[in-house]
Design a protein around this ligand. Structure first.
Ligand SMILES: *[C@@H]1O[C@H](CO)[C@@H](O)[C@H](O)[C@H]1NC(C)=O
Ligand SMILES: *[C@@H]1O[C@H](CO)[C@@H](O)[C@H](O)[C@H]1NC(C)=O
Length: 590
């Protein structure tokens, strides 16, 4: 009797638990209609380069249209002022210091496809979660987060190992070496060394050969031949003026396969556009995530004939206008497939414009508007405040402008929640769901403090004091501008994060960005009654933040950064890596 009752109860209980468990599963599809995501990320584009952010001479009608039809963020902040760490943070929703993707040393980005550092396999990108939620996920364009760990084809850091079903583009980043008409930047240093070795070996060959002829040495002719071959090899590699770097770094991959080595830059733009549109067309019947990671507007500014000489801002302006046109083409494809109402489109840049990038008076880097500093410069606003636009007709208001502090890391939880997923619970996620703010159900962003790193060095902290509306920013370390006062490090190409090239501030330099967005007049205890209170609050926030950090393997350590022949992605038999699998016939039907 008792047993019967117990089994009766346990049966009921089981039924109850079962129905509770099942309920969310059964109701989910009706509540959540998973939207598509099209994430557009520009490379090195400054906030001052875009029409809807106040530029009246550069033409960006398509990006402006996105803003008109959606929400424009005016305080959208990247987690780092450089590509590799900023992109790592974007994809993981975490400060790059948490994944080991920001540097202690001066190697602040990935330098070679043949390096061993990269986005660790145990980091979970939003794309991976979307994949589990049934999404079709594609990355087209730039990656710059590593390829291999231990073997040439282990692809441990590759996009396909990080939640993307499809990848077409550069595992690395554009550099001037990629375009044969440009003065190569990486190769220059490389070639100087190779030339030195060429001369040394040639001299050794001549001496041994002469010595042998007149009977001074008794070396074997084989040795002489060997030396001669070596000097020939060195001479050839020196002579091919765009030596190895272009073959090692400027490559295109489709999924796991290298398809162009080196890449054919004349057609890269049209291929990236074609791939993006065809990804949308292929996946229109299921939820998809397209991450279009532009090679624009990074030097060497690959620009098609159609746009050359068309802007009033030289090659840089031409390149930005071409990118805007590409944005338009992608939006048109979304419209054409009838996906506009079901697609969240996002546009941003990975960090601010590169001020040092000039050739004489010619501007080759971006423009950061009224904001001070730029790419690579720790906490200065110009390097981290970027355009940020969301469009989702019918769900998000049109033409709305939000001045609250937001982060590129916020995309992570926003996208994951909309897809019906859950963010990982076993680690700190620094991003915050943006939907309530974008839809206007809350007034303030969830971010109280944002930490502005330069490598692993904390340079500045922002505190949004919600009750007063003040946006305090304290700089503990700032780069020394050279030439002094110019707001950039022209003699170095990049500002450093530590050492002789920076100044430590005690007390910190304090600004209120709500009154002084250009960070022109630091406040002091004399001019600002709240000075001490603010510094104290920020100091406590830093302590709290530091307690959440744990030691992780350094992905950008010297060992991980250097080029390793056994990791070099290669089309062919190493070291004879050369191929063009896209063929010109495919270009013809564009
Ligand atoms: C517009 O962008 C160009 C190109 O970066 C820049 O040179 C120019 O100063 C910008 N104009 C304004 C008003 O910001
Ligand atoms: C990934 O692995 C490293 C090395 O074992 C570890 O330190 C780190 O905490 C792990 N990260 C996550 C998110 O689990």
């Amino acid at each position: 009797m008792i047993w019967q009752q117990i089994s009766h109860w346990s049966c009921l209980l089981k039924g109850l638990i079962f129905s509770l468990l099942l309920q969310p599963l059964m109701t989910q599809p009706s509540i959540i209609t998973q939207p598509n995501f099209v994430l557009l990320l520009a490379d090195d584009l400054g906030i001052g380069d875009v029409g809807c952010y106040g530029n009246d001479t550069i033409r960006t009608p398509n990006i402006d249209r996105l803003a008109r039809e959606g929400v424009k963020l005016t305080q959208h902040i990247t987690a780092a002022p450089l590509c590799t760490p900023s992109r790592a943070a974007f994809l993981t929703g975490r400060y790059p210091i948490r994944s080991g993707m920001d540097a202690i040393n001066n190697y602040r980005v990935i330098f070679w496809n043949g390096g061993s550092g990269g986005l660790p396999p145990n980091e979970t990108t939003f794309s991976k979660i979307l994949q589990q939620q049934g999404y079709s996920t594609g990355l087209i364009g730039k990656w710059h987060l590593g390829v291999n760990c231990e073997h040439r084809n282990d692809h441990c850091h590759h996009p396909l190992n990080h939640g993307f079903d499809y990848f077409y583009g550069m595992p690395f980043t554009l550099i001037s070496d990629c375009q044969t008409t440009e003065e190569p930047e990486m190769d220059r240093a490389f070639r100087r060394k190779v030339w030195l070795y060429t001369q040394m070996i040639a001299l050794a060959t001549l001496t041994t050969a002469l010595g042998r002829l007149i009977g001074l040495f008794s070396v074997h002719w084989k040795t002489v031949t060997c030396l001669a071959l070596f000097s020939l090899l060195f001479f050839v590699s020196w002579f091919s003026s765009y030596g190895f770097v272009r073959y090692w770094n400027c490559i295109i991959m489709r999924n796991h396969e290298v398809t162009e080595q080196p890449m054919v830059t004349e057609r890269t733009t049209s291929f990236i556009l074609r791939e993006s549109i065809s990804f949308i067309e292929r996946n229109k019947h299921k939820p998809f995530l397209l991450f279009l990671s532009f090679l624009h507007s990074h030097t060497p500014l690959l620009t098609s004939e159609k746009f050359l000489g068309k802007s009033t801002h030289g090659l840089y302006g031409d390149n930005v206008e071409e990118m805007d046109w590409m944005v338009g083409q992608v939006l048109d494809a979304i419209d054409k497939e009838g996906l506009k109402k079901n697609t969240l489109v996002y546009f941003a840049s990975d960090h601010g414009g590169w001020l040092e990038r000039q050739e004489g008076k010619r501007q080759l880097g971006g423009w950061n508007g009224i904001y001070r500093g730029g790419k690579a410069m720790g906490g200065w606003e110009g390097g981290i405040r970027v355009p940020g636009i969301f469009r989702w007709p019918g769900v998000l208001p049109a033409g709305k402008v939000i001045d609250e502090p937001t982060s590129l890391m916020d995309i992570y939880p926003t996208v994951v929640h909309l897809a019906g997923g859950v963010v990982p619970q076993d680690r700190v996620i620094d991003g915050r769901d943006l939907m309530p703010l974008l839809q206007g159900t809350v007034e303030h962003s969830e971010h109280k403090f944002l930490f502005h790193y330069c490598g692993t060095h904390l340079h500045a902290v922002r505190w949004h004091q919600k009750d007063s509306g003040a946006i305090w920013k304290a700089h503990y370390v700032t780069p020394n501008f050279r030439p002094l006062g110019a707001g950039a490090c022209y003699d170095r190409g990049f500002c450093p994060c530590f050492g002789e090239g920076v100044t430590h501030h005690g007390p910190p330099l304090l600004y209120d960005l709500s009154r002084d967005p250009s960070e022109s007049q630091p406040l002091s205890a004399d001019t600002e009654p709240l000075f001490d209170t603010v510094i104290e609050q920020i100091g406590r926030a830093i302590e709290e933040h530091r307690r959440t950090l744990t030691a992780v393997p350094q992905q950008l350590s010297v060992y991980n950064i250097i080029w390793k022949p056994w990791l070099q992605p290669c089309c062919g038999t190493f070291p004879f890596c050369w191929c063009d699998k896209e063929g010109d016939d495919k270009l013809a039907d564009l």
